[in-house]
Ligand binder design. Structure first.
Ligand SMILES: NC(=O)c1ccc[n+]([C@@H]2O[C@H](COP(=O)([O-])OP(=O)(O)OC[C@H]3O[C@@H](n4cnc5c(N)ncnc54)[C@H](OP(=O)(O)O)[C@@H]3O)[C@@H](O)[C@H]2O)c1
Length: 337
């Protein structure tokens, strides 16, 4: 019986996660029972939500993570053995397979990937959960109209880069916020946004937004939270939508963030603030993927991946993603040979 390598939760992080919060171990491969498949994982996804998950049960749709559990996470891989009529050996599947080299799971818990559409790693990025977050978050929740001004934070990341480009494709003026000059150049040169703001260098984020958004802001697609709340809501237009996709600036903070302010502006501008989760859209992924694949093939959508090699590098890749070292989707290549 072969071994399976796993990354497990060694300790709940205090503040910013550290390498000692993770452990690496070997376990025996479990052969599939009836209706199960054994998958050899090729890529795994490193996502900000893992930070909350490491803390315990904050997500309604996920089982709370206990100390000693294998890290939960999206992954894509090839089926080595199948005892299900749903999935054949050799097929490529995506699912919450965990931070490990192999997974034995129910065949009906995975999504089959069309490996001819794009490289299979995209099933974790632009044609996967982050891409679907951007697609449904922008087209169904934010619903920007052509000519409106849309601001997106963490705009060089997996969700933000895609959400911002979708708004550009829909005919909006799009301003991205990201950290550093290389990332802000990427926003205008590769993603073709109208302007990019380097929040780390801007002396005053609000003033930078005023300069970049002469017609004020109609939609703020927020991946970050924190200081961006004040900076954007002080420059809202009538009918403003504040879409809460994520709040990464607050995930490792032990202090409570400031509550919503400037509420009078929400009243007079008939503004809306709304959170959403991609989990509810999972049954509609095929629809989103079909549209995104068209935009990818026509060259309207650009994507980047930051890839770290080897399962043992996953904890460091996760920490570095939280520090903003990634551009585009952060992945770990598990099968390196
Ligand atoms: N609602 C949903 O269903 C859903 C689904 C997926 C993801 N999300 C959320 O979407 C957001 C982006 O996720 P992702 O997977 O696409 O990650 P990502 O943007 O690829 O990576 C995270 C990025 O966040 C930025 N960041 C980190 N700390 C920051 C801080 N203190 N202030 C400002 N920016 C900071 C960094 O970019 P810079 O270098 O630019 O700082 C980093 O590259 C996260 O908040 C995540 O929780 C929500």
């Amino acid at each position: 019986m072969n071994d399976c390598q796993q990354v497990f939760l060694a300790a709940r992080p205090e503040g910013f996660p550290k390498l000692k919060d993770f452990g690496l171990r070997k376990a025996s491969l479990r052969e599939p029972d009836a209706d199960e498949i054994l998958v050899e994982i090729e890529f795994l996804s490193v996502d900000p939500y893992m930070r909350g998950h490491m803390q315990g049960g904050i997500y309604r749709t996920m089982k709370p993570l206990e100390i000693g559990d294998t890290l939960y996470g999206g992954a894509v891989g090839r089926v080595l053995r199948s005892r299900s009529p749903l999935v054949a050996e050799g097929e490529v599947v995506e699912g919450y397979l965990g931070w490990q080299s192999h997974a034995t799971v129910r065949a009906d818990s995975v999504r089959k990937i069309d490996a001819t559409l794009a490289p299979i790693s995209t099933a974790l990025g632009i044609l996967g959960m982050p891409g679907m977050t951007a697609y449904f978050g922008m087209t169904e929740v934010a619903k920007p109209r052509a000519g409106e001004t849309v601001v997106v934070s963490a705009a060089a990341g997996a969700v933000g880069s895609t959400a911002a480009q979708i708004a550009r494709i829909l005919g909006c003026r799009v301003v991205g916020i990201a950290g550093g000059t290389t990332k802000t150049r990427h926003l205008t040169e590769d993603l073709r946004l109208h302007a990019g703001i380097d929040y780390k260098a801007a002396p005053d984020l609000h003033e930078a937004l005023v300069a970049a958004c002469p017609d004020k802001i109609d939609v703020y697609f927020d991946n970050v939270g924190g200081d961006t709340y004040d900076a954007t809501t002080r420059w809202m237009n009538y009918g403003f939508r504040y879409i809460i996709c994520g709040s990464i600036a607050e995930y490792s903070s032990e202090e409570a963030g400031i509550g919503p302010r400037h509420l009078k502006r929400f009243e007079v501008n008939r503004a809306r603030m709304q959170g959403f989760g991609v989990a509810e859209y999972r049954p509609r992924y095929n629809e989103g993927i079909a549209q995104m694949a068209k935009w990818l093939n026509s060259g309207e959508l650009h994507y980047r991946e930051s890839i770290s090699d080897g399962l043992e590098t996953a904890p460091n890749a996760f920490i570095e993603m939280l520090q903003g070292k990634n551009t585009g989707k952060q992945l770990v290549r598990v099968k390196t040979s």
